[in-house]
Design a protein around this ligand. Structure first.
Ligand code: 5GP
Ligand code: MG
Ligand code: MG
Length: 173
């Protein structure tokens, strides 16, 4: 059994998302963006963040599998579901749940940059810089957290717990 302890409360998440949404709206003023959610982990963050963005935006979704186990990604990323539209000349904002080693996002960013977009930026709710293996430029970070396995608000433990409205750490087992 997991023994959950709150790391970031629902209220703190929502407050930070308001700030990020305001910042993003300001930075992209006069532009149109494609907000690209990386499934499944980024879905809660994507839907809440999108409500706080005031520039014209489209929602897109990509599913990638990063050949690894529950806790570590390998860096070999397979695209399971691609974007519905081409992105050449577009501003793409990747919306992720968490950056750990950085392997998944650096791989994904490279693929997207090869499609001639105007820009590709990254917005992640959580950043665990202690575990970084690949250098990846992150443009917007919700919270920087220490190296521990977190769940909730989109993040899973064997596919469960994504529906928690807050971020938790396991203090059991
Ligand atoms: P990276 O390629 O940056 O090492 O891994 C990123 C992916 O690994 C995340 O999108 C997420 O799916 C998974 N991941 C990394 N750290 C955690 C964590 O603390 N909790 C959960 N649930 N998933 C994590
Ligand atoms: Mg993810
Ligand atoms: Mg997972």
């Amino acid at each position: 059994m997991l023994k959950l302890e709150t790391l970031i409360s629902e209220q703190d998440i929502q407050r930070r998302i308001e700030e990020l949404g305001a910042q993003i709206s300001k930075d992209y003023d006069g532009k149109e963006i494609i907000m690209l959610c990386v499934l499944k982990g980024g879905v809660m963050f994507m839907t809440d963040l999108a409500k706080r963005v005031t520039v014209p935006m489209k929602m897109e979704f990509m599913a990638v599998s990063s050949y690894g186990d529950e806790y570590k990604s390998s860096g070999i990323v397979k695209i399971l579901k691609d974007l519905d539209e081409p992105i050449d000349g577009k501003h793409v904002l990747i919306v992720e749940d968490i950056i750990d080693s950085g392997r998944t996002l650096s791989y994904l960013k490279n693929i997207l940059e090869g499609r001639n977009p105007s820009s590709v930026k990254i917005c992640t709710l959580l950043d665990k810089p202690d575990q970084r293996v690949v250098d990846v430029e992150v443009d917007y970070v919700g919270f920087t957290i220490p190296d521990s396995f977190v769940i909730g608000y989109g993040l899973d433990y064997h596919q469960f717990y994504r529906n928690l409205p807050y971020i938790a750490v396991n203090k059991g087992e």
